[in-house]
Write a protein that binds this ligand. Sequence first.
Ligand SMILES: CCCCCCCCCCCCCC(=O)SCCNC(=O)CCNC(=O)[C@H](O)C(C)(C)COP(=O)(O)OP(=O)(O)OC[C@H]1O[C@@H](n2cnc3c(N)ncnc32)[C@H](O)[C@@H]1OP(=O)(O)O
Length: 434
Amino acid sequence: MAGKDSSPGSSKENPDQNSDENPVSKYNASIENLVQRFQNVNPLEQKHKFWETQPVGQFKDVGSSSLPEGPIEMPTPISEVKQEPYNLPSLYEWTTCDMGSEEVCNEVYVLLMNNYVEDDDNMFRFNYSKEFLQWALRSPGYYSSWHVGVRVKASKKLVAFISGIPVNMRVRDQVVKMAEVNFLCVHKKLRSKRLAPVMIKEVTRRIHLENVWQAAYTAGVLLPTPLTTSQYWHRTLNPKKLIDVGFSRLGERMTMSRAIKLYKLPATTLTPGLRKMELRDVPAVTGLLRNYLSRFAVAPEFDENDVEHWLLPRENVVDSYLVESQVTHEITDFFSFYTLPSSILHSQEYSILKAAYTFYYVSTNTALLQLMNDALITAKQKNFDVFNALDVMENESFLKELKFGQGDGQLYYYLYNYRLSQALKPSELGLVLL
Ligand SMILES: CCCCCCCCCCCCCC(=O)SCCNC(=O)CCNC(=O)[C@H](O)C(C)(C)COP(=O)(O)OP(=O)(O)OC[C@H]1O[C@@H](n2cnc3c(N)ncnc32)[C@H](O)[C@@H]1OP(=O)(O)O
C-alpha cells in the first residue's frame, strides 16, 4: 500500500507547509533525528515490546554500519516452522478469507470501511472498494492462506484482518521473494489488547510455510526501523469540495475564486499519442517499467503477468495511460494511478472524497512534468477531488511545479528480516504499496 498514506488524515494538506513562506523540510536520513523531530523521544528509550523481538533493524543498532546488509535471520527448514496457528484469546478463531467469495470479500470490505486507517483528526477514513481489495489481494501467485481473518467464535463476525501477497523485490542487486503485508486492521472495540502482534506472527508463520522469509510493508506509525520515510503530497482538483469538507484550508490572501483559478486544468490532455493502455501493450510497458525501476535501490521486479495484473486499466480501481509515437508506434511513456476513496466522517453535504494515487510511471520521450500534468487532467476528467503522490521515485521533480501541497503526515516504509546499512532517501525507492 499501501501505498498507502497510512493515514488519509495524515495525508491532509498541511496549510503551513503549503504557504510560500515555509520552505519544505528536507529529508533527513538520520533515524535519531527523525524520531526526535516527530515524537520528541529518544529512540533508544522507546519500548517496543513486540517489535524488539522481531528480525527487523532495531533503533539501538542504527548507525552501526558494521552489520552486514541482507537477511537478519536465516531460513529454517519448512518442517521446523510451527505447524499449528498461534493461540488467540478464547472468544476468537482464525479464518482464511477467500477473497474470491463475494460474501467474504464484503465482510473484509465492511471491516475496513468501519475500522481501517483514519487521519489524526478522525475526519476521513480509507474506503477501499471491494473490486480494489480483490485486485490488491488476488495478484499473480497469491496464497489464500495469507489472507488471514479473526472471527468471534459465537457470532462468526469478522473482527480483524491482515494480508500478504507475494512479490519479487530487488534490494540493490539481490532479487528476494517477499511478502507485501497490508490491510492490518483490528475492530475499534478490540484495540490495545495486543491482538496485532498475534496477527503479525500468524501471517508470518503462514508466509514461512511457503518458504518466504522477507516482507515489505508501510505504516503511518514509526516502528523499528524505517527503510525510508516519505511524505504525502496532494494536488487539489476540486478546491471547493476539499475546503468544504476540511481537507484543505484557504490560505491567507486566498479566496475561493482565486483557488478555483489556481487549480484549474486544461479540459483535455496535451501529449500527442496519449491513450489508454490495452492488453496488447503489456510487453512494451513491461520492458519500459523493468528498465526504469532498475535505477532504484529497492523496487519490485515485474514480469508481464504482474504488469497485466497491476497496470491494465480496471474501472474504479486502476487507470493507466501511455504515449504511442504517432510515427513509429513505439510506446515511449506511461503513467498510472489508482482509485482510493475516503469516507468523509462529519460532513452533511458529502460522504466520499474521491482520491487518485500516483502509481507507476515511465518517461523516456515526454517530460515527466508534462506526463504527470496529463495524469492530473485525466483524473480531473474522471471527477477525482484530489490527486495524491508520495515523494518516492522521481516525484519530487514535478510536485511543486504541478501545485501539489505537502501533506501533514509521514508514510514509513519497512522491510522485515532484511537489513540495509543505511536508510534510503525516498527518491531511491521505486516501490508503491497500496
Ligand atoms: C516473513 C514474513 C513477515 C510478515 C510480517 C511482516 C511485518 C508486517 C507488519 C504489519 C504491517 C501492517 C501494514 C499495514 O497494514 S499499516 C495499516 C495499519 N492499520 C491501521 O492503522 C488501521 C487502524 N488501526 C488498527 O486497526 C489497529 O490500531 C492496529 C491493527 C494497527 C494495531 O492494533 P492495536 O492498536 O489494537 O494494537 P495492539 O495492542 O494489538 O498491538 C500493539 C503493537 O502493535 C504495533 N503496531 C501498531 N500499529 C502497527 C502497524 N501499523 N504495523 C505494525 N505494527 C503495529 C505496536 O507498535 C505495538 O507493538 P510494540 O510497539 O509494543 O512492539
